[in-house]
Structure formats: structure tokens, C-alpha cells
Design a protein around this ligand. Structure first.
Ligand code: ADP
Length: 634
């Protein structure tokens, strides 16, 4: 039988290199990772057998076997799960598909020094590759359920591996780790010792829902030795126990194992419901947002069980998409065991449970916000974007929005701190009728915007909308406690006091009386601006851009463009301060001739300024730069 030599994909090589050469503080995690893979492989087979019972070939006794062996200095982990075909071995073991591992490599790449590399490595579960923390050589023999041929994969963790056909009696995967010398002798790190391994299984893999078995040698009175097979894990699903009986560490270990989390969760929800719909849910908010949380390759969803029997992973039909960061499982006797994904989508039970879970999660978040502000802000920094997406996704569902409005935090001009809408409203002076917000790339940029000057002068607090989603969310909220939310970047912005109103009327009248001038300014700039006006909203600033009261704003336009939708354009209105020296100059140039190059250049530069204030690159940037150079040398 020929032996084929293959190379690992470059990314895998790098990962292996890191694993093999790093001083992993937690050497023992390899066992948890391999057992977890074995359990996943059995899950997959179980799932496939729901629609294709024959695949089990009469063997339904799922199990995982762990055999440490002092003599050969090996530890062998086998399962009778789904196994892999030759092609699957190449694509699953030879390459890194897993987004978590990819993200991990990204982080490693970003990290500057060796120390933080090692810290990072210790935090991530690197799955199968963790075998190389303790092994100098790994053999993997696997046979796909339903197939007759088996394949053997061998690697020493360097750049390459070999593949050859081989014999295997039954389906599943057997992994033989040839342990490095240091893991064959020393007490707690002796991974050839039955008791060391037994303890590790109890510690990390107790909840694995398939029996993890080991051989123990028993001696009777006559010193006859027999082999006794024992199941090491309790297999009792954690969520079936009473809350009061479960220690925090147990919950934490459970989430780490079950959901490949590398840190303890930020918050855990364990709820049992009885009555018309019966279910138990064990959910968590992870302590950090997954790096791909908002990307298409992130797979949200909860694990689904019926009467403690696993049905499927990543069921998306329970929680609304904005809660995609929530991980966990639902166990309900009301769901049939062999339900398909399609039927699940239409299931009334699933909808009911999902609604209840969503409500519960929001209620818990409200509680944290009320009782532990620091924790809530930590949550907000990780997952706030999700709640804002939630508001936007519920644009037309006032009730759903109501539940979310109170959970939103925004940075405001008051000491640049996070604030709820309720807190903002609470601070509003009696005379202020609206909630004001402003859009920009950072609090600093917004605070320097010319539009802000007037509000600062009047001592009015402004909500900063700095993330692309912020403005969408704020506009979806529309109103909070009867106070309208008003963007200061829109044309309909005005302050409520008498003086401001008077000033606004004056500016409107001036706009009318300078109609010709303003029309010529517009013509000089071109199609890009919808209108040119005089404004009372500027103090020392010369110009600013506003957008129409309805439709996309400048920020929205950017977001749409990034989403390949270049047709959603903001209606741009150039506003000029009539009290600024620049307006006199503009009028003067206009009087000399609306077709003169000087007047036209002046208009273009005015518009470019307004764009720059908004952080927008003028289309004709080179032309503008040249005009500035001209001005500077004049
Ligand atoms: P992860 O399990 O997180 O996807 P791993 O690196 O641990 O990442 O494993 C890569 C892939 O190899 C798995 O997704 C699975 O398809 C396959 N695999 C690993 N171990 C087994 C096993 N015991 N039986 C079948 N397939 C396995």
C-alpha cells in the first residue's frame, strides 16, 4: 500500500509550530479537546442516523475509549462516531477551516512579543492540534460510517504528514499519541497513568453525553488479574440538575467544553419553565464578542435537546438574529426527536420558547444595568452593537423597540460618558423639548464640528453617534419618553428657545433675499449639492453640510456604499454662515461676475471644506489641493 506524503497548509504549519514550540501552561487540555472532537463526531453520526438509520450498521452503543499505556508511552483515544473519508482527513486535519482558530492566528499575528503569544495560545482551544502539545508523533486511523475502507494519517507536527490506506474493524476514529518523554514519568503530568487520566476526564469531560470508558486492571485474592471497563463520566446533563446544586465553576467548565469558549461567560441564564410549554434553557453571554460575530461565517443558534437527547447544533429559530451572541442550549420534551430544520422553523413551540427566552434575556440585562453598571458597560462594549441592530431590525415593531430602548447606551457630550436615554432625558432642562444627537467618527470630531458650537454655547447635551449603526438605531427609536430624537446634522434641526427661532427666521429671510447668489453658488459646485442656504446654526464656523430631514444621511450613505448599494444617496445641503467674513468675500466675488474662475473656485473650496468637516473626501481632491496651493501662494 502506497504512502502518500502531503504538506500542511501554510496557516496550519504556523499553528503547529506555535503549539509544538510554546510553553503551554495547561498541557492537559489536549485530552478535553480530543474527547470533545470524539463527542462531536458521535453527535454527527447520531444526527445523520435520524434520517438514515442504516448508517449505524446495528451498532448504536456510542462510546469513547481512552487507553493510556506505559509500555508503549502512548495514549489512545477512540470513538465510534462518524469517522472521516480520506478527503475529509485532508480537508479537516490538513487545513484550518475553523473561524475561531483563524481568528486566533490573526490575534497571534497582531501580538508583538513572545510572551503575549504564549498567553494567547493558552487561552484558545486549538482543537485537534493540541495533541502536539504532548505528543511527538500522532497517528489517526479513521473509517467513515457506511464505508469499508480506512485511512491512516501520521504526523510529527512538522510541515508534513503521511496518508495511507489501512485496515480498521469498525467505523470511527482512533487517535494514538506518542507522548514526549516528559509526559511519561512525572506525577501529575504522567499521561500514561490511568489515574491521572481518570481525574482529567472527571474534571473536564464529566458532562460529555456519551460514556467515556477506560480499562482498569483488577486483582482478585488469588492475584489473578482481570480487565474491568469503567465509565468515568457521570453523563448527567448539567442543566437537569438544580441550580442550587451547581457550582459556578461547573457552569463555567460546561460552557468552555460545550461551546468552545476559552473564557468563563460574562453571564449565565439557567431557566426552567413548566406549564403549557415545558423547557429548560441554559444560556450564556460570552465574556467577549467573537471576532466574526457580525460576519456571514458566524453561525448563531442554540443547541437543541429533547428529553436530554441531543437533536441538533446551531438551531437559529429560537432567538432573533440580534441576539446572535447568546450561546447555549434548550431542552424541551415538547419537541419531537426527529424534527427536521424545515419543520422546526414553523414549530409553534419553538417560537413560543424563543419569545420567552428573548424576554428573559432582556429582563436580565435590564437588571444588570440597574444593579451593576460597570458590568453592564462591559457588556455594552462587547455587544452593544447587537442591541442597536435589534432596534433597527424592529423598525416597525413599537413593542419590541420599547423593550430595547431602555437598554441602549450612548456616549454624550457630558463628560464623554455612556448614558441611557432615560438619564439624558432626566438631565434635560425644562425648556429643552428634543433629544439632540450628532453624527461623526469620534466624540472628538463631533465636538469640534461647527454645528456643535451653538449647542455648547447654550449648554445643551448632545448624544454622539459614532458607530455606523448608531444613527440607524437612533432614527429607529424616533422618540423616547415623548421627546423626539433630532439629529443636528439634518436640515430640520432647530433649537426651541425664542432667540434661536428668531435667528432662524432671519437666516431664512436672508436666504430668500440672496436667492440669485445662492443659486449661482450651487451651479458652481454642481449636481452634488441639492441646495445652498444661509444658516443661523453656525457661530464661528463658515460652512457646514446638512442633509434633508428624510432619507439617507451622509453617514448612512457611507454605510450603504460599503454594502454595495451606491444608489442610496444623501440629499446634501450646503449651509453658509451669513455672519462670517467668508460670506462677504463670496458676495464680493459674485458681484464681479458669476462666471469668473475666482468665484467658481471659491464656491468649490467652500463645499470641499464642508465635506472635510464631515470626514468625506472630495471627489475632485487633486483639483481642490491645487486650488489651496494657489491660494497659499497668492
Ligand atoms: P473543531 O473540532 O473545532 O472543528 P479541530 O481542529 O479540533 O477543530 O478539528 C477539525 C475537524 O476535524 C473537525 O471539525 C472534524 O471535522 C474533524 N475531526 C476531528 N476529530 C475528529 C473525530 N474524532 N472524528 C471525526 N472527525 C474529527
Amino acid at each position: 500500500m502506497s504512502v502518500e506524503k502531503l504538506e500542511f497548509q501554510a496557516e496550519t504549519k504556523r499553528l503547529l509550530d506555535l503549539v509544538v514550540n510554546s510553553i503551554y501552561t495547561n498541557k492537559e487540555i489536549f485530552l478535553r479537546e480530543l474527547i470533545s472532537n470524539a463527542s462531536d463526531a458521535i453527535d454527527k453520526l447520531h444526527f445523520e442516523s435520524l434520517t438514515n438509520h442504516d448508517i449505524l450498521g446495528g451498532n448504536e452503543d456510542f462510546e469513547i475509549f481512552v487507553v493510556p499505556d506505559e509500555g508503549s508511552k502512548t495514549i489512545t483515544i477512540s470513538d465510534n462516531g462518524i469517522g472521516m473519508t480520506r478527503g475529509e482527513v485532508i480537508s479537516n486535519i490538513g487545513t484550518i477551516a475553523k473561524s475561531g482558530t483563524k481568528a486566533f492566528l490573526e490575534k497571534i499575528r497582531e501580538s508583538e512579543n513572545k510572551d503575549s503569544e504564549q498567553e494567547l495560545i493558552g487561552q484558545f482551544g486549538v482543537g485537534f492540534y493540541s495533541a502536539f502539545i504532548v505528543a511527538e508523533k500522532v497517528e489517526l486511523i479513521t473509517r467513515r460510517a457506511g464505508e469499508n475502507s480506512a485511512v491512516k494519517w501520521i504526523s510529527e507536527g512538522s510541515g508534513e504528514y503521511t496518508l495511507e490506506d489501512c485496515e480498521k474493524d469498525s467505523r470511527g476514529t482512533t487517535i494514538i499519541l506518542h507522548l514526549k518523554e516528559e509526559f511519561c514519568g512525572k506525577d501529575e503530568f504522567n499521561f500514561t497513568d490511568n489515574y491521572v487520566i481518570e481525574n482529567l476526564i472527571k474534571k473536564y469531560s464529566d458532562y460529555i453525553r456519551y460514556p467515556i470508558k477506560m480499562n482498569f486492571i483488577k486483582e482478585d485474592e488469588n492475584k489473578n488479574k482481570t480487565v474491568e471497563v469503567r465509565t468515568i463520566n457521570s453523563m448527567q446533563p448539567l442543566w437537569t440538575k438544580n441550580k442550587s446544586e451547581i457550582k459556578d465553576e461547573e457552569y463555567e467548565e460546561f460552557f468552555k467544553h460545550q461551546f468552545h469558549e476559552w473564557e468563563k461567560p460574562m453571564e449565565i441564564f439557567h431557566t426552567k419553565a413548566e406549564g403549557t410549554t415545558e423547557y429548560t434553557a441554559l444560556l450564556c453571554i460570552p465574556s467577549h464578542a467573537a471576532m466574526n460575530l457580525y460576519y456571514a461565517d458566524y453561525e448563531p443558534g442554540l443547541q437543541l435537546y429533547s428529553r436530554h437527547v441531543f437533536i441538533m447544533n446551531k438551531c437559529k429559530d429560537f432567538l432573533p438574529d440580534y441576539l446572535r451572541f447568546v450561546k447555549g442550549l434548550v431542552d424541551s420534551p415538547d419537541l419531537p426527536l426527529n424534527i427536521s430544520r424545515e419543520l422546526l422553523q414553523q414549530s409553534r413551540e419553538v417560537k413560543k420558547i424563543g419569545k420567552a427566552l428573548e424576554k428573559n434575556i432582556l429582563k436580565q440585562l435590564a437588571k444588570i444595568l440597574k444593579n451593576d453598571r460597570e458590568k453592564y458597560e462591559k457588556f455594552w462594549n462587547e455587544f452593544g452593537k447587537s442591541l442597536k441592530i435589534g432596534v433597527y431590525n424592529n423598525l416597525y415593531d413599537e413593542k419590541a423597540k420599547d423593550d430595547l430602548k431602555d437598554l441602549l447606551l450612548f456616549t454624550t457630550s457630558k463628560e464623554n460618558k455612556l448614558s441611557t436615554l432615560a438619564e439624558y432625558v432626566e438631565r434635560m432642562p425644562e425648556s429643552q423639548k428634543k433629544i439632540y444627537c450628532a453624527v461623526g467618527s469620534s466624540p472628538e470630531t463631533i465636538s469640534q464640528m461647527p454645528q456643535m458650537e451653538l449647542l455648547k454655547e447654550r449648554g445643551i447635551e448632545v448624544i454622539y453617534l459614532t458607530e455606523p449603526i448608531d444613527e440607524f438605531a437612533a432614527e429607529a427609536v424616533k422618540k423616547y419618553s415623548d421627546k423626539e430624537i433630532q439629529s443636528i446634522n439634518r436640515e430640520d434641526f432647530e433649537l426651541d428657545d425664542e432667540e434661536s427661532k428668531k435667528e432662524k427666521t432671519v437666516a431664512e429671510e436672508m436666504t430668500k433675499s440672496h436667492e440669485d447668489l445662492l443659486k449661482d453658488v450651487k451651479n458652481a459646485i454642481g449636481e452634488e449639492v441639492f441646495e445652498v442656504r444661509l444658516t443661523s446654526r453656525l457661530k464661528s464656523g463658515a460652512v457646514c453640510l446638512a442633509t434633508a430631514a428624510q432619507g439617507p444621511s451622509l453617514n448612512m450613505e457611507k454605510t450603504f456604499a460599503a454594502m454595495n448599494n451606491p444608489f442610496m444617496k444623501a440629499m446634501r445641503i450646503l449651509e453658509i454662515n451669513p455672519n462670517h467674513e467668508i460670506f462677504k468675500k463670496l458676495s464680493g466675488l459674485h458681484a464681479l461676475g458669476k462666471d469668473s474662475a475666482e468665484f467658481k473656485d471659491f464656491c468649490k473650496l467652500l463645499y470641499a471644506q464642508a465635506l472635510l468637516i464631515e470626514g468625506i473626501m472630495p471627489n475632485n481632491s487633486v483639483e481642490i489641493a491645487n486650488k489651496i496651493a494657489d491660494l497659499m501662494t497668492r
